[in-house]
Write a protein that binds this ligand. Structure first.
Ligand code: SAM
Length: 221
């Protein structure tokens, strides 16, 4: 039901050539009823948690950026691993909910637009998490979003991307639109180095095909 409402709002706003307005509309409409937001699990993303355990990810002395942070659970998870975390979302209501849910959090929650990122984030972060934001942006905006993400990573920093995946020959589907390997290959064309690429079915019911890819930024030295 919440997925249907999100798709309805996305279609309405897209018809007005507003690809981003529906996020705030959805969060505002949901208010404190978090279940009205289809991606709101109120828990860290299991695809991130599992990966961080396998990599023995540690954040002490490092910075992290969470893109499209929603209700903040992934940001809180990274802060618990020791990262100094900035987390942003285009929806002011989502960010207000993060501050309400985690009043004593060390995370800096900010309202910001990936398509117009803050200059204060330069020279980038040691670890950047992009989970499920590219897939809710229409294909026409993805190239700009990918290019902006590639500039948010500090020299030698890491980028972890988690997204729905599809074959090039599959239909693009409805929002959330699965990504293709070719779209993610743009990160390499932008100068990042691909360290791993996983293509797997997750543990959701029914299972969802996911891509989970790790990139590193080369040193500028
Ligand atoms: C599918 S949700 C995923 C939220 C969170 N990452 C998670 O996994 O639960 C995508 C999030 O990206 C945010 N978003 C969409 N477009 C954005 C943009 N241009 N800049 C920043 N955030 C954006 C939405 O408001 C939404 O919270």
């Amino acid at each position: 039901m919440s997925r249907h409402r999100a798709q309805q709002l996305a279609s309405e706003f897209l018809a007005r050539s507003d690809a981003k307005g529906w996020f705030e509309a959805l969060y505002a409409e949901a208010g404190d009823v978090y279940s009205a937001v289809p991606w709101a699990d109120l828990a860290p993303n299991p695809n991130l948690v599992e990966w961080s355990i396998s990599q023995e990810l540690k954040g002490a002395g490092k910075t992290a950026l969470v893109i499209g942070c929603g209700y903040g659970d992934d940001a809180e998870f990274l802060a618990e691993l020791g990262f100094e975390v900035v987390a942003f979302d285009v929806s002011p209501t989502a960010i207000a909910q993060c501050n309400q849910r985690f009043p004593n959090s060390p995370v800096s929650y900010q309202v910001a637009d990936l398509l117009n990122p803050s200059a204060t984030w330069s020279p980038g972060f040691d670890f950047v998490l992009e989970a499920y934001t590219l897939q809710v942006l229409p294909p026409a905006l993805r190239a700009a979003a990918i290019s902006n993400i590639s500039r948010l990573i500090a020299p030698l920093g890491q980028l972890l991307v988690i997204a729905r995946g599809r074959e090039e020959t599959d239909p693009p589907g409805r929002m959330p639109y699965p990504l293709t390997r070719k779209e993610l290959a743009s990160f390499e064309a932008l100068g990042l180095s691909n360290q791993s690429f996983e293509d797997y079915l997750d543990n959701e019911s029914p299972p969802v095909r996911r891509f989970r890819a790790l990139y590193t930024a080369v040193s500028t030295a």
